[in-house]
Design a protein around this ligand. Structure first.
Ligand code: 8Y7
Length: 279
């Protein structure tokens, strides 16, 4: 299962780790543009040295209750970071954005994957992705980051998320986007309560049974805090447990803050999955 990212290809038959780089003021104390680009490059260097083959760069926080950022501001945050990483590192750069203009600026700067937590439902986003011709990760979210955790509601969360993703894949294909460049993501924590997240994880194979690769993002998320009563900086073990459950069910990309440890968990899963029963 080879996926082409604007000339750089990744073999998704082995699960890959997407390392996270945030360029938001709350992730950098001074919030300055060049300081952020420098810090982003430094962080990306570490993630790549640890084994990340994709770096996800985001300039707008999508945490529950976070405030939206303007287009110009978001571009000013992400473009210098993308340019710096693209100039130095041999890695697929993913742009985490919901905005068409940011997608265009980011791909021009060197990004070759669009990670849209809004699954290209924003104004002009579907057209931008079709024009740019790079792969796209379609993620499910109920509501918006501002409101999504207020009253998440589903009758059958697995079915509803699956139907949503199928509908978005159909919209992409209708817009001229090739299936060979589409990644699916059930969107852990995006308009889901603890039980919804647990059900999606238990039944992740519903998604991996499709011909499209599945990306899972659970790193340090509140579902771990809710189950284990641990703060954000104590969620590594829980993150690795969930990443392992996801890989066991066929997830191909794990989005993580802790790349080295996540790769170790993935490698062990692969060893178990591939062991020859007849040796
Ligand atoms: C996810 C994501 C975040 C995820 C994809 C956080 C940007 C929240 N989570 N993108 N982004 N999937 N595709 O806690 O689960 O990292 S931000």
């Amino acid at each position: 299962m080879i996926m082409d990212f604007a000339g750089k290809s990744l073999d998704l038959s082995a699960p890959q780790v997407m390392g996270i780089v945030n360029v938001t003021p709350d992730s950098f104390s001074d919030g300055g543009r060049f300081f952020s680009a420098d810090k982003a490059l430094e962080q990306a260097r570490k993630l790549v040295a640890d084994g990340a083959t994709i770096i996800d760069i985001g300039g707008e926080s999508t945490r529950p209750g976070s405030e939206p950022v303007g287009i110009e501001e978001e571009i000013h945050r992400v473009v210098p970071a993308i340019e710096a990483i693209h100039a130095e590192l041999d890695v697929v750069i993913s742009i985490d954005t919901m905005k068409a203009d940011v997608m265009r600026a980011a791909v021009a700067a060197g990004a070759s994957l669009i990670n849209d937590v809004n699954a290209l439902r924003g104004e002009g986003a579907l057209q931008a992705a079709a024009d740019l011709g790079v792969p796209i990760c379609l993620m499910h979210m109920q509501g918006t980051p501002q409101t999504m955790q207020q009253q998440p509601h589903y009758v059958d969360v697995v079915n509803e998320v699956n139907n949503f993703l199928s509908e978005r894949v159909a919209a992409c294909e209708a817009a001229g986007i090739s299936r060979s460049g589409i990644i699916l993501d059930p969107g852990f924590g995006f308009g889901k309560n603890a039980r919804h997240n647990l059900r999606l994880m238990k039944h992740l194979s519903v998604f991996t049974e499709s011909d499209l690769p599945v990306l899972v993002g659970v790193s340090r998320k509140s579902i771990i805090g809710a189950m284990l009563k641990v703060s954000v900086d104590e969620r590594l073990a829980g993150s690795l447990a969930l990443a392992s459950i996801a890989v066991w069910q066929g997830a191909k990309i794990i989005r993580s803050h802790d790349v080295r440890e996540t790769l170790q968990a993935i490698r062990l899963c692969e060893h178990v999955m591939q062991v020859n029963d007849f040796d």
